[in-house]
Design a binder for this molecule. Structure first.
Ligand code: ZN
Ligand code: ZN
Ligand code: FE
Length: 764
């Protein structure tokens, strides 16, 4: 007998629940190697025995023959004594596989092979809306507990038919251990009902498509919850949906059948195409083509449109033949997504004309993720996630040095929470705005579920400094209920900086340019235009936007004309030209006078609020009915116009530097007086903000701060601001840290809170 070699390989990374073991099996078989493969706590352990050449060939070829979702981070090799092994086996997972065991896979878009079968009239799954395989299909949304096996998913109530079972058990089959494997004979089914839950006759899918073509509103149960859908070309249908959903002017996202259809709506760069067609399938924000091919009501007054490609077979079938469908979350304005059939019929009964239901339960609801591509940036820096949910959660982020389990409960708006286990941070899906009982209940449910999946109980609970955030109160309650856990309060913008540092696996020191709408400052004022200097443990504020009064406090957020009154008062005093605020001029003068006396008018240094003020002054948006509307229309007006170059002014504030907006605002008011077009002034304002903030960073560096600056906060989703700032700072020799897989807005706060809390415990 010729010489035999034997080795043990330990593979780490994303190697479980992604078809890694069958891939190993097939490669070993092809090379005629004996041995085994097994999921363990240390990763996937592969034992090989056979001719030395074949063993070497296996090691060389493994990285190139991985399934598309797998990611090999490490491959350790140890020699073994040849023991005359015969055959190759996939061994049962090691019990208590801990860390390795519970890497919960995210929901994956339909793969090309399944898509071919879906469209093949000869295939037994032709047009079957729940087709999937080891490389695609629902994951996180159907898992009850770990390890990830069919009896612990919502597929347990569908016993496999003989043919599906053969596929499931055959390591040579693409559906080997595909937990949601199903077919029309044994798997989930669709039903179409009226709003009262009474089944409608005929083929459910065709009936649903018929209703969409007739302009009706359809509620669709998908992968992560319910959507409401209408034909995006029908102005009447879009209007009906807007009215029933009480949606105001907030843009709707659309589902397009394929990339070519998206290209008819928007210009699509290669990076955007890759994101649209990738396995995570977020909504991608794209520049609209003019004239817009869909109803204007889809994204009124917005230069961008959010588009996505189908992420599940049901959606491929539903959208066939349409230019696009509006696909918006199935809820009433700010409530969480409806998840169960009965719940949806009850909550969405008045919104939809028909319900396309199915019987595969959704255990964790997940909204669609939202992303955009930064023009002119390559690699990881090209991605900017606006909302991190389906397809991303709960894919972990690295969390170096972590040992204690930390929970970051997040903020108030766009809430997510973050749980750490070992050296990984698990950011939850988008939970929503924690402003009502439904969302609070949803938060508790998601937290309990993810704690269960990860098998952790937090020792440290980190929350915002804001005493009235619901998330803060939930954190206090959690700590009171669990002996041995401790509460750590983290200032809002420190958490923003922390999130950006953590995402880059850094601890600091760095400058943190934290630009957003509202964050509770330790001095009791509203922060939001801050330059922080520090690390994960602690920061100090080195600069801010010159503060101004916010007449009416919270009311100003919805009514930017109030914010404009406050900013005008600060820049021009009581004799400001109130008439610029049009129909609000009289009230503006009144609230400004009251603000001057300090009546219900907190101070703010928020850049987001200054965007609101300028938007209102230019007559673009004086009242907003969705988050950041005033800033969005201001950015749209500015476009890429050069605008006037107003010299930014700095001044010394109390122990810090201030970017003084008053001279800029006086220029802007003078421009309005001259009749300059608002677009030009909007461009001038953006250019001023970029130049001013970059100058503030330079001053800080000149005073000894490091040349590394993290950009964070919701204002960074303004492309002109963030792209401009990053370019200006890099041209000045700064190293710029941008958010990538973690949203720059409050959706990323929870990671920052966890990172700061861990660092203060000496863990990082
Ligand atoms: Zn597939
Ligand atoms: Zn079957
Ligand atoms: Fe914020």
């Amino acid at each position: 007998m010729s010489a035999r070699a034997a080795i043990r390989l330990t593979a780490t990374g994303r190697v479980q629940g992604v078809g890694f073991r069958p891939g190993v099996f097939r490669l070993a078989e092809e090379l005629g190697l004996a041995g085994s493969v097994q999921n363990t706590a240390r990763g996937v352990v592969i034992e090989l025995e056979g001719p030395p050449g074949a063993v070497r060939a296996f090691v060389a070829r493994l990285p190139g023959s991985l399934p598309c979702l797998a990611r090999l981070d490490g491959l350790r090799e140890e020699p073994l004594a040849p023991a005359g092994r015969a055959g190759f086996a996939i061994l049962p997972s090691e019990e208590g596989a801990g860390e390795g065991r519970a890497l919960i896979p995210f929901d994956v878009a339909t793969c090309p092979a399944c898509l071919r079968e879906l469209r093949d009239p000869a295939d037994r799954r032709h047009r079957y809306p729940f087709i999937n395989c080891t490389l695609c299909g629902p994951r996180y949304t159907i898992i009850e507990s770990v390890p990830y096996d069919r009896p612990r998913t919502s597929m347990k109530k569908f016993p496999l038919c003989a043919r599906c079972r053969r596929e499931y058990e055959d390591p040579r089959d693409r559906r080997h251990h595909a937990q949601p494997n199903a077919c029309p004979e044994c798997g989930p089914r669709l039903t179409l009902t009226d709003p009262g839950g009474r089944p409608l006759g005929g083929d459910p899918l065709e009936g649903a498509r018929e209703r969409l073509r007739a302009g009706q509103v359809l509620a669709v149960r998908g992968v992560g919850g319910f959507h409401l859908a209408v034909d995006a070309c029908s102005a009447a249908a879009v209007e009906r949906l807007r009215r029933r959903k009480r949606r105001g002017g907030k843009p709707f996202a659309v589902l397009a059948p394929d990339l070519e259809a998206v290209r008819r709506l928007a210009a699509v760069s290669p990076a955007e195409a890759a994101l649209l067609e990738g396995e995570r399938r977020p909504i991608v924000l794209l520049g609209k083509r003019r004239p817009f091919a869909l109803a204007d009501g889809v994204a009124p007054g917005n230069p961008r449109v959010g588009a996505m490609l189908p992420h599940a077979p049901l959606h491929h079938l539903l959208v066939e033949g349409f230019a696009a469908l509006v696909l918006t979350s199935g809820n009433l304005s700010e409530e969480p997504l409806a998840r169960d059939n009965d719940e949806a019929l009850q909550r969405l009964g008045g919104l939809a004309d028909a319900f396309l239901l199915h019987d595969r339960d959704i255990l964790m609801s997940c909204d669609d993720s939202v992303a955009c591509v930064r023009p002119g940036r390559a690699g990881e820096d090209a991605l900017s996630l606006v909302r991190r949910s389906r397809g991303y959660a709960p894919d972990p982020l690295p969390f170096p040095g972590g040992a204690a389990c930390v929970l970051g409960v997040g903020g108030q708006q766009k809430n997510t929470f973050c749980l750490t286990r070992g050296e990984r941070a698990f950011l939850s899906q988008h939970v929503g705005d924690l402003e009502n009982l439904e969302t609070e209940a949803h938060f508790r449910r998601c937290l309990a579920h993810l704690e269960g999946l990860l098998g952790v109980e937090p020792e440290l609970v980190a929350c915002d400094l804001h005493p009235d955030y619901l998330s803060t109160r939930l954190a206090e309650e959690l700590v009171a209920a669990r002996s041995g856990s401790r509460l750590v309060r983290v200032q809002h913008h420190h958490a923003h900086l922390g999130a950006c540092l953590a995402e880059h696996e850094l601890t600091g020191p760095a400058l943190g340019l934290c630009l957003d709408g509202t964050g509770y400052g330790p001095d009791g004022t509203i922060w939001g235009g801050e330059l922080l200097l520090g690390d994960l443990r602690e920061v100090r504020r080195v600069a801010r936007l010159r503060p101004f009064r916010l007449p009416g406090g919270e009311a100003a957020v919805r009514e930017p004309w109030r914010t404009a009154a406050g900013a005008l008062l600060e820049a021009l005093g009581e004799g400001a030209p109130w008439g610029l605020l049009g129909p609000e001029a009289g009230r503006a003068e009144l609230v400004a006078r009251a603000a001057g006396r300090g009546v219900n008018s907190p101070w703010t240094s928020s850049l987001g609020r200054l965007f609101d003020a300028v938007s209102a002054l230019l007559g673009l948006c004086r009242r907003q009915d969705y988050d950041a509307q005033a800033a969005v229309v201001l950015e749209a007006a500015a476009g890429s116009l050069p605008g006037p170059a107003w010299e930014p002014a700095l001044r010394a504030g109390p122990g810090l530097l201030e970017l003084d907006f008053a001279p800029m605002l006086r220029e802007l008011v003078a421009g309005l007086g001259r009749g300059a077009p608002p677009e030009e002034l909007a461009a001038g304002f953006h250019a001023w903000a970029v130049a001013g903030l970059a100058r503030v960073c330079r001053e800080a560096r000149a005073a000894g701060a490091p040349g590394r600056v993290a950009l964070s906060g919701g204002c960074c989703l303004n492309r002109r601001l963030e792209d401009g700032l990053a370019a200006a700072l890099e041209a000045d020799g700064f190293e710029v840290l941008l958010h990538r897989r973690v949203p720059a807005n409050d959706g990323g706060l929870s990671l920052g809170q966890a990172a700061v809390a861990a660092a203060r415990q000496g863990r990082r």
